[in-house]
Design a protein around this ligand. Structure first.
Ligand code: FAD
Length: 419
């Protein structure tokens, strides 16, 4: 039997979200035997319900100059793009202080460079992955359209687009006739838009992750259900200890437990300021609107996505931690706005959802080794971009565990960067 002290598997991957599943795929390319471990089934948490964007062009970190000036206005609306439940306000304060530090110009310039590098490798690796795993039919390349209410709002977006242009991102500004050509049925309040043709979408994020999981399983990975309490080095192996008292031994391990990764890293002595930006959405039946591509209502903090499984309306950031109950008034508020913005939208029959974005203050994930053991690597904290950055992350953790020079410098992503 494998997974014992005498017969350890090559790699235990803790967390079967999109990051863990993709990491498993890359490790199999290295001929490793892999066990995926999760307290639930594959792709049942955050990776199930996101907006499905492969947003490789979204290279500007959220922690950016000027954001702390905008935030108080967003907070004025309790159901607006950003909220902090009073019960969590004190707990989130240290993370917010680091977020503010990360948004200063020099720190922002450094995290932008890191984000650009990670996006480049993520795009390349995802292109190859969907090809080799036979998932190309699940990826659409119809771009996305961001829309603005009036010239002033569009003008205010221009510095961001100029910064993206410097990184080689292709886009096209459009006025009302251009909006209509890209998407019929948008309210006349939207006078300007920006079309990003290279933006891609998966057909449905849960289906995509499960299809990749099926490939990983076909290639020999096993799945072990269980709540992991600790991951520790032990001699020449790593031992994974479950809440029910059982253990799993592996030669190496990856902690990819999304927003729940912090306690596992802490028990290894790595103090990472991981928090969660909770997000909400409603998925309407597929016929709810004839949506041609993803529409971004940037000023309102949400998007509308065309999935094979329906029309998904969602986004928003709620800095509310892992334990408070969801506030689905937020999903309803976005749906009401979506109806005003797309008057033909049929808002009946929707399914509400909340997910936990795993977020670091500098908008960059943690990709690196535990300080106590080179046998344990971290891959979490991808915030708004976990699906987008999954293949790049898979490549990088495979490089780490194979002790190869990583494809990009990992210094900006190291676990101890806030210590
Ligand atoms: C509203 C919303 C929209 C989004 N839209 C996009 C988008 O369009 N594009 C994009 O790229 N990203 C998007 N994201 C972000 C993206 O969904 C996340 O970054 C990504 O899903 C994180 O993947 P993950 O594998 O790290 O975490 P998860 O999918 O949360 O997986 C973590 C897994 O670890 C398991 N786990 C946790 N703790 C333990 C433990 N102790 N023992 C065993 N198992 C454990 C959990 O059960 C879970 O299955 C969005 C997020 C939200 C909320």
């Amino acid at each position: 039997m494998s997974g014992t002290k005498d017969n350890p598997v090559d790699v235990a991957v803790i967390g079967a979200g999109i990051i863990g599943i993709t990491a498993a795929y890359f490790l199999q390319d290295e001929k490793k035997s892999v066990v995926l471990v999760d307290r639930a089934g594959p792709a049942e948490a955050t990776s199930a319900g996101n907006a499905g964007a492969l947003a490789f062009t979204d290279v500007l970190p959220l922690a950016s100059p000027g954001i702390m000036r905008k935030a108080p206005f967003w907070l004025l609306d309790p159901l607006g793009p950003l909220s902090i439940p009073p019960a969590y306000a004190l707990k989130i304060a240290p993370w917010l202080r680091r977020f503010w530090e990360a948004s200063r110009p020099a720190a922002y310039a450094a995290s932008t460079r890191a984000q650009v590098a990670l996006m480049r490798i993520s795009r390349n690796e995802m292109t190859q992955l969907v090809d080799s795993a036979g998932l190309a039919h699940m990826v659409r390349s119809d771009g996305c359209l961001e829309v603005y209410e009036g010239a002033a709002q569009w003008q205010a977006s221009l510095p961001g687009w100029q910064a993206r242009q410097r990184e080689g991102i292709v886009f096209r500004h459009v006025e009302r006739d251009g909006i209509d050509a890209l998407q019929k049925g948008l309210s006349p309040r939207f006078t300007h838009g920006t079309f990003v043709p290279e933006w891609q979408n998966v057909s449905d994020p849960r289906d995509f992750a499960l299809a990749l999981y099926a490939r990983v399983a076909e290639r020999g990975a096993t799945f072990q259900r269980g709540l992991v309490e600790t991951v520790e080095p032990e001699g020449e192996t790593v031992v994974v200890r479950f809440a029910d008292g059982t253990t799993l031994h592996a030669k190496q391990a990856i902690i990819a437990a999304g927003a729940w990764s912090k306690p596992l890293a802490e028990k290894l002595g790595d103090d990472v300021p991981l928090e969660t930006e909770r997000g909400y959405n409603t998925t309407l039946p597929p016929g709810a609107f004839d949506l041609k591509r993803q529409i971004v209502f940037g000023g309102h903090g949400f998007v509308v996505s065309a999935l094979s499984t329906g029309i998904r309306v969602g986004g928003a950031v709620e800095l509310g931690g892992l334990d408070l109950p969801p506030n689905f008034k937020r999903s309803k508020a976005m749906l009401d706005k979506a109806k005003a913005f797309l008057p033909g939208l049929d808002t009946t029959g929707g399914q509400e959802w909340m997910g936990f974005r795993p977020s670091m203050p500098d908008s960059l994930p943690v990709i690196g080794r535990s300080k106590v053991s080179a046998r344990i690597a971290y891959a979490f904290g991808h915030g708004h971009l976990g699906l987008t950055q999954s293949a790049g992350t898979g490549r990088l953790v495979a490089d780490l565990l194979e002790r190869r020079m990583p494809a990009i410098p990992l210094e900006p992503f190291r676990p101890g960067r806030f210590s």
